[in-house]
Design a binder for this molecule. Structure first.
Ligand SMILES: *Cc1c(COP(=O)(O)O)cnc(C)c1O
Length: 295
């Protein structure tokens, strides 16, 4: 079943003569919604066909990816292990409690060890400790994740000019790029501050997946709001106003920033008149668990 594509209305869109649509990936799955489901789908198939019984992955204490892997384990019958950055005592939170309720075994490591997570010695040690598992990288980005994200773009049947998403690792944007094959303008919005090599990483993912490079995409780095998981009042107010206007809740870490950026760019005439813009609501609403003190 395709996720809904919903047109939004706003006096600003009328004034600037643009059409604005939201692809509701926040509604794409009942128990593990959002782009993390797209990124996991083919990995789960690969894990099953390789006979793996356990998924192991990495993440921060409020990670959408950790939440999604825990939900995937419960839904598809895998044991799950989450290697969590930080000390256990400091991070008793809803994201991790829900992960545990879904059967995830948590293993806390220091920030210093966490930085070693791609190092082969470190991974060998994980196999020694936990036995056989299917390894999912931090954020879930790999070639099969890119393949899964292609389906977001492939589901869209209306004509449009711009397709936009928020970027963490850039895996989702890479999938939009390889699905699009150079036909539309693709715009990513980085939710992180000062990631110099995001474009290079996206290019590498695109090359691995498609064997080609494309030039019809870019990443905007102007709307990170201070960096990952920073939620200044200006952004919070925008998300609240957006909810009241459209009855759609955005997540505080990713989609809120993208929608703020898109509204700002529309106001500044970045998009030519007549443009049809589609933004992807990549889900991530469980991310509000990290901001309970504000709501
Ligand atoms: C993880 C996540 C992203 C970033 O996806 P990448 O593929 O890592 O760029 C965007 N939006 C939401 C809601 C997410 O959870």
């Amino acid at each position: 079943m395709n996720s809904p594509l919903q047109q939004l209305f706003d006096p600003l869109f009328e004034e600037k003569k643009v059409q604005f649509w939201l692809k509701r990936e926040d509604l794409n799955h009942p128990t593990l919604p959002g782009n993390k489901w797209r990124k996991l789908k083919y990995n789960l198939q690969a894990a099953k066909s390789a006979g793996k019984e356990t998924l192991l992955t990495f993440g921060g204490a409020y990670s959408n990816h950790i939440a999604a892997v825990a939900a995937a384990g419960a839904a598809f019958g895998f044991a799950t292990i989450g290697i969590i950055r930080g000390e256990e005592a400091a991070i008793q939170n809803k994201t991790l409690m829900q992960a545990v309720e879904q059967g995830m075994q948590l293993h806390f490591i220091s920030r210093a060890s966490y930085r070693e997570k791609e190092n082969s010695d470190f991974i060998d040690q994980l196999y020694t400790t936990f036995g056989d598992f299917y390894l999912l990288p931090e954020g879930g980005t790999n070639d099969l994740a890119v393949k899964g994200c292609e389906e977001i773009a492939n589901e869209i049947t209306i004509d449009y000019d711009y397709l936009c998403c928020s970027c963490g690792t850039g895996g989702t944007l890479a999938g939009l790029i390889t699905a699009d094959q150079g036909h539309h303008q693709l715009l990513g919005f980085s939710a992180l501050k000062g990631i110099q090599d995001m474009e290079d990483k996206i290019s590498a993912l695109v090359m691995t997946r498609s064997g080609k490079q494309f030039t019809n995409w870019s990443v905007n780095h102007q709307y990170h709001f201070g960096g990952y998981a920073k939620l200044p009042p200006e952004l919070f107010d925008f998300i609240e106003t957006f909810l009241l206007k459209n009855n759609i809740l955005l997540d505080p870490v990713y989609t809120g920033k993208m929608l703020f950026g898109l509204n700002d760019l529309i106001r500044m005439d970045y998009f030519e008149r007549g443009s049809i813009i589609i933004a992807i609501h990549t889900g991530g609403l469980q991310g509000w668990n990290g901001f309970e003190h504000m709501i």
